[in-house]
Design a protein around this ligand. Structure first.
Ligand SMILES: [Zn+2]
Length: 442
């Protein structure tokens, strides 16, 4: 749609405001307009207000009636691992039955299964899987996704994983932000030579992922038409195979010292940084202050000093409650304490085959409310404007304000609190990216 007017939304959640990321009480301010309307032109929002305010100025514009529906910014899923070949059903069944990590690995499950699957797959096959996941995400209201490599764990397979993300991005109208996670776990062949693997990540994977990709060329070669975007929206397409480097800093994965080496290599090659940290054991976050990381993710184990430090930093705390849920844990990250201390909190699916096989942001909102004790309003801010900030895209994404991309989701509910309330239910009616419908319920 080159121009359209959404009218009569029961609630239009604009999340307008001068400050991002949202912290403390501001996380609950959704700036709701009742009988809301949004005017869209050339992929951007040109006005948001009440239906009575906007209608007289929008003659001859296609109208979309959103009666009895809630309109909110498209979800920004800022942490996913979609590049894998098969689900990990052995893990699932065995873990439910009480098997240990070792027993699961011995039965052919565990991360080794994912590594094997990616190493044996072509870029085309992996891209097909990623695209399938992205289309499913759209059906739950997601318009922007951060996607990590991390199951290849050798130079060729990590680059092929990033290429798969890139190929999928060319077939999906949403925004895709690629991340190199070569330092996910140490692959089996380097178990006794960990430092050599860290060297490969620093000296081979990161430089290759940071090299510019001639994208007009790659689009033309594949015969894929660039999506119809408004002016200046093309800069959303990544210029390199990866925009970020991520590290799993954890016992059994990479030590803080190894993580520092890897992140320094990322910075040296002009890539931005984010870290998986504090999932199973505690690591002092201040160690990483030199990087001004976009996000620290998981954060199940935090000290009061970490929280005080985070509250003063620009780094977002990205919480991933679906992993705790799927692993059957009874403990969850301390969202309440983080928010009440002034930390900017985001939420994401952590979509991955081992610990979080879900693409549903509404399900994450529900877990955030019931398990993290976040309010429905805080959860929505965490999944939109704060998640956009966690990807450094809050200037274009995450709220419904004049000048931003026309990215929004329309839910078949009259009150936004119904979105986390009806857990596990599909209530998304329409998803729009840059003014184009990318999902419409049958
Ligand atoms: Zn993860």
């Amino acid at each position: 749609m080159s121009a359209a007017l959404l009218i009569h939304a029961s609630q239009l959640l604009t999340l307008r405001g001068d400050v991002a990321p949202r912290r403390g009480p501001a996380m609950a301010e959704l700036a709701i307009i009742e009988d809301g309307a949004v005017l869209i032109k050339d992929g951007r929002i040109t006005a948001a207000g009440t239906t009575d305010e906007l209608r007289p100025h929008s003659k001859n514009t296609e109208e979309i009636d959103c009666r009895n529906k809630v309109v909110l910014p498209g979800f920004v899923d800022s942490h996913t691992h979609p590049v894998f070949a098969t689900p990990r059903l052995i893990d699932f069944e065995k873990r439910v039955a009480g098997a240990s990590y070792e027993e699961i690995a011995a039965a052919g499950g565990g991360i080794r299964a994912s590594i094997h699957g990616v190493r044996e797959s072509s870029a085309d096959k992996l891209a097909h899987h990623v695209l399938h996941a992205l289309n499913e995400m759209s059906a739950y209201g997601t318009t922007t996704v951060e996607a990590k490599s991390g199951y290849g764990l050798d130079l060729a397979s990590e680059l092929r994983s990033l290429e798969a993300i890139r190929q999928a991005a060319q077939h999906w109208q949403g925004t895709l932000v690629p991340t190199l996670l070569g330092a996910h776990v140490v692959p089996p062949e380097f178990r006794d030579n960990l430092d050599e693997y860290v060297r490969i990540v620093c000296d081979e994977m990161i430089p290759a992922a940071a090299r510019p990709v001639p994208q007009s060329l790659s689009r033309a070669r594949r015969g894929i038409r660039a999506p119809q975007l408004g002016a200046n929206l093309g800069n959303d397409t990544p210029q390199k195979l990866a925009a970020y480097v991520d590290v799993f800093c954890e016992r059994g994965a990479f030590t803080p010292e190894q993580s520092l080496r890897i992140l320094r290599a990322a910075v040296a090659h002009g890539l931005k940084t984010r870290i998986h940290v504090g999932q199973l054991t505690h690591t002092a976050l201040e160690l990483f202050s030199e990087f001004h990381c976009a996000s620290f993710d998981h954060l199940d184990n935090l000290s009061d000093a970490d929280i005080a430090w985070l509250a003063k930093s620009d780094t977002v705390a990205t919480l991933l409650p679906a992993a705790n849920y799927f692993l059957g844990l009874t403990t969850f990250p301390p969202a309440r304490k983080l928010i009440d201390s002034g930390v900017a909190v985001a939420l994401a699916t952590d979509y991955n085959p081992g610990t979080s096989p879900t693409v549903s942001m509404p399900m994450i909102l529900s877990l955030a409310c019931t398990q993290l004790r976040m309010t429905p309003a805080e959860a929505i801010a965490a999944a939109t404007i704060n998640a956009a900030y966690a990807l450094k895209r809050d200037d274009r994404l995450g709220s419904l304000e004049t000048g931003k991309q026309a990215d929004f989701a329309v839910f078949e509910v009259e009150d936004y609190r119904e979105i986390p309330y009806y857990f596990g239910m599909q209530r998304c009616w329409m998803t729009v990216k840059n003014g184009e419908i990318i999902y419409l319920k049958d």
